[in-house]
Write a protein that binds this ligand. Structure first.
Ligand SMILES: Cc1cc2nc3c(=O)[nH]c(=O)nc-3n(C[C@H](O)[C@H](O)[C@H](O)COP(=O)(O)OP(=O)(O)OC[C@H]3O[C@@H](n4cnc5c(N)ncnc54)[C@H](O)[C@@H]3O)c2cc1C
Length: 314
């Protein structure tokens, strides 16, 4: 992967960037923008698959409510490059901590190498999704996973909720802010007695059969019904699901960054530094709200503290 005679700095005349940012979603781009404005030599990698690539629009992003994800990110990339930040579309395949002042990043099959004094991880999360027919056709338009993002869009509509695990009542109750017409689908997973009681009190019916597919108008991407392995289809106008998430990359593991015990996400301190000196993290891969506007704010905070550490101010 790398030659062992390079332990004290980049060899072969390679550039030493001030910071390499891995990920160009809202968190990574926001950090890159600030770092470029601080006049730091910044290199950002992305492989063009942000978490919300299927979303029809980003809601709740002040000043940009409803903007298409691709448009927000394209604008962000333009802003970063206009200040001299460098962005490369490539998949990072490995990372290495040479020292607290020197990190190495490898990209692509030919394992090209890049070096930096700081590293910012902003590679986000991956949602565990349904594998049934119809899912991709409606995901992001009438199939959603985040009530905070898209709850408003389903006010007073007939909504199905698919939850796998022990948060069935909590997730469903969130949606009661916008509609009373909710049916919980368990897709044959277990549901606790206390969740059953809570949902009965709230008049939320439960369907326990396996989900076999989603149907609707594909030209408008409007869901119309959920099909089951047995029994009648459920007519509905939207489906929310919560099947869990996983970290998009394992670079934190390679680097030795510890995880937050409660969330299982990458732990950061108040400066957004991970447990490994010189390695920072921002966005969905760190604890707290998983929203585009929050990810962007965390990226900005990370950049401010990276700047301070590069300038010897922290
Ligand atoms: C369907 C859907 C709808 C949503 N709707 C909303 C909404 O309405 N409002 C809202 O606020 N939030 C919404 N969200 C949440 C929002 O998208 C996330 O909170 C936000 O994208 C997190 O930003 P991030 O920068 O942390 O990660 P991401 O946006 O996931 O970006 C991660 C970046 O890392 C890059 N990357 C990953 N691995 C590698 C690698 N190995 N090499 C190089 N690059 C890599 C990817 O290319 C990407 O650029 C939605 C999410 C989904 C899935």
């Amino acid at each position: 992967m790398n030659s062992s005679n390079e332990k004290h700095g980049p060899a072969n005349g390679r550039d030493l960037y001030d910071c390499i940012v891995i990920g160009a979603g809202p968190a990574g781009l926001s950090a890159s923008l600030f770092l470029a404005r601080y006049l730091h030599r910044t290199l950002t990698f992305h492989h063009n698959s942000p978490r919300n690539e299927y979303a029809h629009g980003i809601h709740g992003f002040l000043g940009h409510d409803g903007i298409r994800p691709g448009e927000l990110l394209a604008r962000g990339r333009d802003e970063v490059t206009s200040y001299g930040g460098l962005i490369i579309e490539a998949c990072v395949t490995a990372v290495e901590a040479v020292s607290p002042e020197h990190f190495r990043v490898f990209i692509g099959d030919d394992e090209r190498v890049f070096d930096a004094r700081r590293l910012l991880l902003a590679t986000g999360l991956r949602d565990l999704t349904l594998s049934c027919p119809g899912f991709r056709e409606f995901y992001g338009s009438s199939v959603f996973h985040c009530p905070d993002c898209d709850g408003y869009e389903v006010r007073d509509k007939r909504v199905a909720v698919l939850v796998n695990g022990d948060n069935a009542a909590g997730f469903t109750t969130n949606l009661l802010t916008w509609t009373r017409d909710i049916t919980l689908l368990t897709d044959r997973s277990e549901i606790s007695d206390s969740d059953r009681e809570t949902l009965a009190t709230l008049n939320v019916p439960i369907r326990t059969e396996a989900v076999a597919g989603l149907e609707g108008d594909q030209s408008t991407r409007q869901l119309e019904r959920v099909l089951f392995s047995e029994g009648e289809p459920l007519e509905c106008e939207a489906l929310f699901f919560n099947l869990g998430t996983k970290l998009a990359t394992n670079f934190h593991e390679t680097l030795g960054c510890r995880l937050d015990v409660d969330s299982g996400l990458v732990w950061v301190d108040e400066t957004r530094q991970t447990s490994v000196e010189g390695v920072y993290a921002a966005g969905d891969m760190t604890p707290f709200s998983q929203l585009a506007v929050v990810a962007a704010a965390e990226g900005a905070m990370a950049a401010i503290h990276i700047h301070r550490s590069l300038s010897g101010k922290s």
